[in-house]
Design a binder for this molecule. Structure first.
Ligand code: FAD
Length: 504
């Protein structure tokens, strides 16, 4: 038995490294993008992953369901960016690149002062950051020349000072940081509320400066960084299913409706097995594997953390992370409200981004009727309200966005509200130091998930990258058992953002 004092400082040893990799089983609790990406890269490296997902549907925060009419509704409106190299590489590896529907290179904002009108930031076909600078300089609806100069004076030096500087800004919320740079309240109101809400579902006076600055660096330093794509259908069918096929065709397993109830420990505090909750009156089941991964979100993982692990500083840091509430609203109308085939930034205090999915997404296409998908954020005051109250408030906001059609003549045919009380970790100042590495102090146990430490904050790209990093950590820690087998070498280039290039 290894003393607890030792546990604090080093990884606990266990035997599985002696098992040949080709037969090494890795149990992964959580079938969101991180768990599935981890399993995908593990099968590539010759391991046998077993993904265990609590819900009947895979995908976690990208999960989607069909209603009684066969219409899809989703956990969240999801946008893929040009600055998502690991996600784009994954699409390529799965052979499904054509499923990303790339939109015009522009960002479109509603104008609260002129209901029903839009202001655009059009990115010309120029190298970065010239295209971004031109897009900002050309837009005169949202920023005066004085504000543009003010913003440039504040932001440009920060962009040039590298990721190291950006990481240090985690001590400030974004409003504090902008105030320190001399950027006025008006500019904050105009652009950064929309940006904060779309990145983390909270306002600039809550969000850490590191989030906005990291995103700005990633987006603006790459020519197509801000280019956006919609998936051509529901993520469960169009992205998770190809991952499942890829994993299972290569010997892995994916089980839904399978919930991790408890992490069982050996006397030396390494993992002995995953206790899976029995369903429909069946007995709980113990699943044993050679290695174990949690791909669960941070909140449920903290709830099942074994008591003895709680005392380790590595796991204690997780107490600083907590999911933020968000609500995804779907509204089906009897007519077309707009022809805009793009994401829209509402600039409403109730709503964040939205899109008419009947224009943006092939599988939801309808030339006659609109289906709006809207993200309601910040959602802390709304998460416990009824669907009817949420829809009524949303419809009131839509009167400003579509004054010619709402409340008349457009008729709301039906709605679906999906509440996520704890979604991505709330990225307030100081959270960076709470984000854990994928490798834990327990030798046969790993973490993955968008909240674990990787460059992309809480996003689909972050989830995919974290899965890859976890697979890579497993491969480098457990590959010595059969070094003569060249097939066991991991081929998983980690694609880092341009921001890394400028670091230091
Ligand atoms: C409304 C909304 C909009 C978003 N928009 C965007 C966007 O436009 N662009 C973008 O990049 N990102 C966006 N995101 C963020 C993105 O969806 C997430 O960062 C990403 O999907 C997280 O993946 P994950 O695998 O880390 O976690 P999750 O998706 O949360 O997966 C964790 C999985 O673990 C499962 N689980 C939990 N407990 C157990 C248990 N005991 N046993 C077994 N399984 C368990 C869960 O059911 C879940 O499936 C959005 C998120 C939301 C909610």
């Amino acid at each position: 038995m290894i003393a607890r004092a030792n546990l604090q400082n080093r990884r606990v040893c266990c035997s599985p490294t002696r098992v040949p990799i080709n037969t090494m089983r890795v149990a992964i609790a959580g079938g969101g993008l991180a768990g599935l990406s981890c399993a995908k890269y593990l099968v590539d490296a010759g391991y046998t992953p077993i993904v265990l997902e609590r819900q009947a549907v895979l995908g976690g925060k990208v999960a989607a369901w069909k209603d009684e009419d066969g219409d899809w509704y989703e956990t969240g409106l999801h946008i893929f960016f040009g600055a998502y190299p690991n996600m784009l590489q994954l699409f390529k590896e799965l052979g499904i690149e054509e499923r990303l529907q790339w939109k015009e290179h522009t960002m479109i904002f509603n104008q609260p002062q002129k209901p029903g009108t839009y202001s655009r930031f059009d990115f010309p076909n120029l190298p970065a950051p010239l295209n971004g600078i031109t897009a900002i300089l050309r837009n005169n609806d949202m920023l005066t020349w004085g504000e543009k100069i003010q913003l440039a004076k504040g932001l440009v030096p920060a962009m040039l000072r590298g990721q190291q500087y950006v990481e240090e800004t985690d001590q400030y919320n974004f409003s504090e940081w902008l105030n320190r740079q001399g950027v006025s309240e008006e500019v904050q109101q105009d652009i950064f509320i929309a940006a904060s809400k779309s990145l983390n579902f909270i306002n600039p006076d809550e969000i850490s400066a590191v989030v906005l600055l990291t995103a700005l660096r990633a987006f603006l330093q790459e020519k197509n960084g801000t280019k956006m794509a919609f998936l051509d259908g529901a993520p469960t069918e169009r992205l998770c299913q190809p991952l499942v096929d890829y994993i299972t065709e290569r010997g892995g397993e994916v089980r839904t409706t399978t919930s991790l109830k408890e992490i069982l420990l050996n006397p030396d505090h390494t993992v002995r097995g995953f206790l899976l909750r029995g369903i429909n009156g069946t007995e709980d089941e113990v699943l044993t594997a050679d290695l174990y991964v949690s791909a669960m979100p941070v909140d449920p993982f903290k709830a099942i953390l074994p008591a003895v692990w709680r005392q380790l500083p590595y796991f204690q840091q997780l107490q600083g992370l907590e999911g933020v509430p968000v609500i995804n609203v779907h509204l089906w109308f009897d007519r077309k409200l707009t022809q805009v085939d793009h994401l829209l930034f509402s600039r409403s205090s109730l709503l964040s981004v939205y899109a008419d999915m009947s224009n943006t997404c092939r599988a939801y296409a309808n030339p006659e009727r609109s289906m709006l998908e809207l993200v309601l954020a910040p959602a802390k005051d709304w998460i416990s309200k009824s669907d009817q109250e949420i829809v009524a408030a949303t419809m009131q906001e839509l009167e400003k966005l579509f004054p010619e059609q709402i409340p008349h003549p457009a008729k709301l045919l039906k709605f679906k509200v999906v509440k996520t009380p704890r979604s991505v970790y709330k990225a307030t100042p100081g959270r960076q130091q709470c984000r854990p590495s994928q490798e834990t102090p327990i030798a046969n146990f790993y973490l993955t998930g968008d909240y674990t430490m990787q460059r992309y904050l809480a996003s689909m790209e972050g989830a995919v990258l974290s899965g890859k990093l976890t697979a890579q950590a497993i491969a480098s820690a457990h590959s010595e058992s059969d070094p003569s087998d060249p097939g066991q070498t991991m081929q998983m280039p980690i694609t880092q953002p341009v921001t890394n290039a400028a670091t230091a």
